[in-house]
Design a protein around this ligand. Structure first.
Ligand code: SF4
Ligand code: SF4
Length: 93
C-alpha cells in the first residue's frame, strides 16, 4: 500500500492592531450590534471575523472590539441565530 504524503498546514492568524492611520475601526460605516439574549455561543463570528475583532470570553460568550472592527458584516452573515445585526453608524437603533 502506498504511503500518503504528509503536508504541513500553514495558516495565517490576524490580530487587531493599530495601523498607520490610527485605530482601524474609525472609518466604519456599519457596526455590528450584538443581542446577547440570542447568542448560543457557537463562536462562528469569532472564527470568521477577518480582523480578529471579536473577543472570546472565558464562558464562550463574545464581545466586539469596535476599535478595530471595520464593519464588513461577515460576523452577522455567519451568525446562525441572527444575534448580530449590522446598523448604520450614528443611528441609535
Ligand atoms: S463586522 Fe467584520 S470586522 Fe467587524 S466584528 Fe464583524 S466580522 Fe469582524
Ligand atoms: S455567531 Fe452568533 S450565536 Fe454564535 S457566538 Fe457569534 S453572536 Fe453568538
Amino acid at each position: 500500500m502506498k504511503k500518503s504524503k504528509k503536508y504541513d498546514i500553514i495558516s495565517s492568524i490576524s490580530y487587531p492592531k493599530e495601523g498607520a492611520m490610527g485605530k482601524t475601526g474609525s472609518w466604519r460605516v456599519f457596526r455590528p450590534v450584538l443581542d446577547e439574549s440570542k447568542c448560543v455561543k457557537c463562536l462562528r463570528c469569532w472564527i470568521y471575523c477577518p480582523e480578529g475583532s471579536i473577543k472570546r470570553k472565558k464562558d464562550d460568550s463574545v464581545e466586539i472590539n469596535y476599535d478595530y472592527c471595520k464593519g464588513c458584516g461577515v460576523c452577522a452573515n455567519q451568525c446562525p441565530t441572527k444575534a448580530i445585526k449590522m446598523k448604520r453608524e450614528g443611528k441609535k437603533k
